[in-house]
Design a protein around this ligand. Structure first.
Ligand SMILES: C[S@@+](CC[C@H](N)C(=O)[O-])C[C@H]1O[C@@H](n2cnc3c(N)ncnc32)[C@H](O)[C@@H]1O
Length: 386
């Protein structure tokens, strides 16, 4: 595909996403329908779409319209590329710009528009992050670094770095967690690298790893990952060794890949559905990695930023409260209840933990930590109650 044809493909995908279709689904169906597109084309179109979504609002301002075409025009203008060189109307590229399009577009207004955050959310962002709000919003406007978790049940950081290098993937230690690496070159080769295929490393943000690293695991504990999802944190817990690991999720289909991933990692994890959970003995430590706005990881899934509404956030907070209440009833006396979100919003983090403690006077807060998106990790929060 020519650069112009890639731009037109990104415009078409963005228009479908703006109409409400999920970004990943749109890109997958575009790739299926575009057999002529090679892997380089698919990666380039994906990058254009995600770069456009991360800064959708300010790019639409620069491009003069909240459409796929407006966003791409804004992206080219921001990059200092002349849109006329690509909007030529030839070779499957975008149509030539109209006079109206040439005249349209303005610098984004300071505040929510320049920060690429919806108006309703910006005050909550500022009250949650204070002086770090602008830097956090700025981080969300750029691509995320690629972080790996070293499977310490199989190797150490140096061993993983050497194994990755043999397949052309360069990585270095990341300071947020003792298991964390940052890929500095060759990220696209990762999925074919032996270290990844053989389970020496897993894709996982460094702050997500730090949440698990902070868990006070002791030999012999029964540990439940109550919202295990794909099992990223379950496997990180299992890799620390010496504990019995159980995984639960309200949507059991989300656990479907976990047995194969655990095999690959050499980990033992028991899956518990709702009925099995009711019959199970109590747990010494329960991690509740609750569903949340995802605001700390919107640079990886940027359409989430534009889909979230105040009503949806309220509904999520209710689910978070229910999960904490339910999990508290499964703990042994003296056990540890760990709460985690990939959100930067106080109302999903500190406020939830305070509200829980107000209703459960026998619990005390023993650990609390925030990763605000400014230290080269996703935004995360965790608290431990006992
Ligand atoms: C943030 S994701 C978990 C990610 C996962 N821990 C990881 O590290 O890959 C939240 C998960 O909570 C699950 N969930 C939602 N409501 C729940 C509930 N009431 N009880 C248990 N799990 C729930 C969702 O299905 C989703 O998989």
């Amino acid at each position: 595909m020519t650069p112009a044809a890639r731009v037109q493909a990104a415009i078409d995908c963005l228009d479908r996403i703006l109409d409400g279709a999920p970004a990943e689904k749109v890109l997958t169906s575009w790739a299926r329908a575009s057999r002529f597109a090679g892997s380089g084309d698919r990666a380039a179109v994906r990058d254009l779409v995600f770069d456009g979504l991360r800064a959708r609002r300010s790019l639409a301002a620069l491009g003069g319209a909240e459409t796929g075409r407006g966003i791409l025009l804004g992206l080219l203008r921001r990059r200092g590329q002349d849109p006329d060189s690509l909007f030529t109307g030839g070779g499957y590229g975008p149509e030539v710009m109209s006079d109206i399009e040439r005249a349209a577009g303005h610098d984004p207004e300071p505040g929510a528009e320049a920060a690429d955050v919806p108006d309703w959310l910006w005050p909550r962002f500022v009250s949650s992050l204070g002086h770090q709000a602008v830097a956090a919003a700025e981080a969300l406007r750029h691509r995320a670094p690629v972080h790996l978790r070293v499977n310490i049940a199989r190797t150490d950081r140096d061993g993983a770095i050497a194994a990755l290098a043999r397949d052309g993937v360069e990585a270095r230690p990341h300071p947020a967690a003792a298991t964390a690496l940052e890929v500095t070159d060759g990220a696209r080769r990762l999925r074919n690298a032996a270290a990844y295929i053989d389970g020496l490393v897993e894709l996982q943000d460094a702050a997500s790893q730090a949440v698990v690293e902070a868990l006070p695991l002791r030999r012999g504990m029964r540990v439940l990952d109550y919202c295990a999802g794909g099992g990223g944190k379950t496997l990180a817990i299992a890799a620390r060794g010496g504990v019995s690991v159980f995984a639960h999720d309200a949507a059991p289909q989300r656990l479907a890949d976990l047995p194969a991933r655990a095999d690959r990692a050499g980990a033992q994890v028991a899956l518990l559905d709702g009925a099995a959970l009711k019959r199970a003995s109590r747990f010494d430590l329960i991690l509740c990695d609750v569903p949340c706005s995802g605001s700390g990881s919107w640079r990886r899934a940027p359409d989430g930023k534009w889909r979230l509404t105040a009503e949806r956030l309220d509904a999520l907070r209710e689910v978070q409260r229910d999960i904490l209440d339910a999990a508290a009833g499964l703990l042994t006396p003296g056990g540890v209840l760990a709460y985690a979100t990939c959100s930067v919003l106080t109302e999903e983090n500190e406020s939830q933990v305070q509200a829980f403690m107000a209703g459960h006077s026998s619990f005390a807060l023993v650990y609390e930590q925030r990763w605000p998106l400014t230290g080269d990790t996703d935004g995360f929060y965790t608290a431990q109650l006992t």
